[in-house]
Design a binder for this molecule. Structure first.
Ligand SMILES: C[S@@+](CC[C@H](N)C(=O)[O-])C[C@H]1O[C@@H](n2cnc3c(N)ncnc32)[C@H](O)[C@@H]1O
Length: 264
């Protein structure tokens, strides 16, 4: 699980790229307006809002592991009243009392290491004929930033803080994800990787973003002085890239369906 704390108000402010990618996933949902949809890893609810707006007679379950993120989502989604229910849970645990018609998850599942367990839990929580649409970090996502950050973490200045470090993300290929979804009982499975390089205007915008999103697991092991120096070193490296301040994002997308009622 994603253990480093999220700063919900900072994420709400900087998550412009995630919101743009997530909109495309919300648009893939085939809804009539009365369904119940789970948003797994809802964050502060910006995309959950778009789902709720498509469900005038339906409901949304907004699930997240982070209490701070859920507090943000409660504020963001207050106007929907009881049509949105909030659940604090850490995937692959999925303590739902009802089955849902569809599951959406955006920019979350790479923070959950056991993908087969997540796909099985999603399948068990979905009604026959229900839809699954997700997007998360995929193979080679942020390879340049991760390589630099891990080399820095193992340098003499920082290595004492990174004893026992293991990567807290799972960046899967489209092929292995498709096989895992099929093994969990999903049908009509389609998975694909999509490079989404993302540029920032200057050193301040780049530092603000990586400090609140990508580097959280690294910075959680450092005191504030060392965290600032760690971030500054990675900002300086990105300044020397051509073009500068670009994050090499690669997104893993998946669409799948639960078998209809009565299917073998
Ligand atoms: C990058 S944010 C994405 C939020 C939102 N879906 C979006 O696209 O902007 C990742 C979210 O996943 C949540 N998360 C990480 N690991 C989780 C887990 N094991 N179970 C549930 N939520 C998790 C985090 O708390 C955070 O809110």
């Amino acid at each position: 699980m994603d253990t480093a704390d999220w700063n919900a108000s900072a994420y709400h402010r900087v998550s412009v790229p995630q919101t743009a990618w997530g909109r495309e996933v919300v648009e893939r949902l085939q809804l009539r307006g009365g369904e119940t949809v789970l948003d797994a890893g809802c964050g502060t609810g910006k995309l959950t809002r778009l789902v709720a707006e498509r469900l005038p007679q339906g409901r949304v379950i907004a699930l997240d592991a982070s209490a701070d993120m859920l507090d943000g989502a409660r504020k963001e989604l207050a106007s929907f009243g009881t049509r949105v229910r909030f659940v604090q849970a850490s995937l692959p645990k999925l303590p739902l009392v009802e089955k849902v018609d569809a599951i959406l998850s955006t920019a979350t599942l790479h923070w959950v290491l056991d993908h087969p367990a997540v796909f099985a839990a999603f399948r068990a929580a979905t009604r026959p004929g229900g839809q699954l649409e997700f997007q998360c970090g995929g193979a080679a996502n942020l390879h340049r930033l991760h390589t630099r950050a891990e080399a820095l973490a193992q340098s003499a200045e920082y290595r004492d803080a990174f004893v026992g470090w293991t990567e807290p993300w799972c960046l899967a290929s489209a092929e292995e994800t498709a096989a895992q979804l099929q093994a969990a009982g999903w049908t009509r499975v389609r998975c694909w990787l999509e490079p989404r390089p993302t540029a920032f205007a200057d050193d301040a915008a780049f530092a603000d973003f990586i400090g609140h999103v990508n580097l959280r697991p690294f910075l959680a092991r450092l005191d504030s002085g060392r965290a600032q120096r760690f971030t500054a070193a990675l900002v300086a490296a990105a300044a020397a890239d051509r073009p500068p301040y670009v994050l090499d994002y690669v997104r893993l997308n998946a669409s799948a369906w639960a078998p209809p009622e009565g299917a073998a």
